[in-house]
Design a protein around this ligand. Sequence first.
Ligand code: 13P
Length: 339
Amino acid sequence: MNTRSLGETAQALVVASRGLLAMDESTGTCNKRFAEVGIPQTVEFRRAYREMIVTTPGLADCIGGAILYDETIREKTRDGTPFVDILVEAGIIPGIKVDAGAKDLAGHSGEKVTEGLDGLRERLAEYFRMGARFAKWRAVIRIGEGIPSRGCIDVNANALARYAALCQEAGLVPVVEPEVLMDGNHTLQKCQEVTDWVLRATFSELVAQRVVLEGMILKPNMVLPGLECKKQQTVDEVADATVGCLLRAVPAAVPVVAFLSGGQSAELASARLNSMNVRFQGRLPWSLAFSFARAVQQPAMEIWKGDDKNVPAAQKALYHRARCNWAARRGEYNAAMEN
Ligand code: 13P
């Protein structure tokens, strides 16, 4: 394993205030989002949508890595150029989602375990040959009555660590994503407690599996009140709760923390990331970046609607969100950028 090159890739993914673009929706998730905005759910519409994204002019100004899905990493633009070549040419490092999705966890009603370890070594070798230099695995933790359980947290942490070790063996930087969901009426305090627990369990397993912390990226949730919680904290309160939690649980050797957006509005995700970078500037051991899917893509998808003539406007919207988050990394985002 070349530890130094893993560390260099991790840094390169977010250099110059850039972030990651998650465009790795599974076929099911992509179809669900298409259905919500009236786009036909076919392989050709999914391909055309991803072509719209990867050919967005100037995207590499703000995006250092794009996370693809198995279907997407094999696809080409209409004129026959592989998406991977388009990205590399632009200066965006291709990545790949390698988990097989969150499945019901036996004996744990309402909880999930992420699968996909079987055959992973061989799949990682194939993705590396195809040009991927980093990978993603998402674990899902739900807060509710009596959950999460220790069984759920431990099994997901162990799977994340086994995945991360295999990635590093294959020369890919693992993006380790333990997501505590926003769904529910829990308080911010509860989210903080659970996120702290999940992160500690995850790092304990990462260390046990001999994952090189310098050669990974953590992709956590922000610490937020549940979507249905009556008390919704301010942007700055969320920033303080999130960074406080990370400072207690994430080792300083980790080079990059890149948040998921998790269903927050695009504007709030940018504002909260910005606040963290303003309030803790110069006081953090890791860079605080983004690895958003919905908070970068959603406005563009709603404009595109599956129609070729909307491509330029959709690309403009995509670039705008990427730019807002680039600014948020620098602590330079403000509401006026939205006009
Ligand atoms: P969201 O930003 O939409 O939460 O997606 C991030 C992601 O990659 C989920 O795995």
